[in-house]
Design a protein around this ligand. Structure first.
Ligand SMILES: [Zn+2]
Length: 224
């Protein structure tokens, strides 16, 4: 009986996963539903033990979910199982290195609408790319090359002349796109000594000549 309940919940979640419309769920929406779901966790301990016995369910595959897996969602809970059996969570980079070295295995709970399933993080590469541990051309829009950029100082905004930062209009002549400012800032710091402000607003506008980005960059290092 208990096993049947468990299977039904899993099937329902499987259907939700199969429905692509459900894959882009808003984390906030999930959280609200999780609150409503609270009563399901009040199963008496004796029944719960029965579930772990006969109704054992293997973790699902994060790799099978591909890019839809919510690697960086705030509601995704990672669990690291070390080879000595210790269970920890946190520190994505160290966990990734241990996972690749084979000294631990990473799991994650993906909160669903009706139940939350356990996933095995079996695509370490995708995990690393989503957390910025490895460069990801698709997510960032940026190739791993020395970018060819053109820029002009944006003088329309009267900024504080004593500010070490200036506003610039930038175009990517190399054909890259800035989808992730942190990744672009990191590359430009390494390649050309730029210091791009990542904690302030930035924008882009597209026209017949391509996309122009509005960024704040430290004057020193720009050669301006
Ligand atoms: Zn480029």
């Amino acid at each position: 009986m208990a096993g049947q309940i468990d299977r039904r919940r899993v099937d329902k979640h499987a259907k939700l996963l199969a429905d692509t419309g459900d894959l882009g769920r808003e984390p906030v929406y999930q959280e609200l539903l999780c609150v409503v779901q609270q009563p399901t966790s009040t199963v008496p301990p004796s029944d719960w033990k029965g579930l772990t016995g006969r109704g054992q369910v293997e973790p699902r595959s994060a790799a099978a979910a591909g890019r839809d897996f919510p690697y960086t969602a705030g509601t995704t809970c990672y669990i690291e199982v070390h080879e000595d059996g210790r269970v920890t969570h946190g520190d994505s980079r160290a966990a990734y290195e241990r996972d690749v070295a084979g000294t631990s295995r990473l799991f994650a709970v993906w909160p669903g609408q009706w139940s939350s399933d356990l996933f095995l993080i079996d695509d370490s590469d995708e995990y690393a790319k989503s957390h910025g541990i490895k460069h990801d051309q698709v997510r960032t829009g940026l190739s791993e090359h020395v970018h060819d950029v053109a820029w002009t100082e944006e003088t329309a905004f009267s900024t504080n002349p004593r500010s070490p930062y200036i506003s610039i209009c930038l175009t990517m002549k190399c054909g890259c796109e800035i989808r992730n400012l942190d990744a672009f800032a990191k590359q430009m710091r390494e390649q050309q000594g730029w210091n791009v402000a990542t904690s302030v607003g930035w924008g882009s506008s597209s026209g017949p000549e391509g996309t122009t980005y509005s960024l704040r960059v430290r004057r020193k290092g720009l050669g301006a």
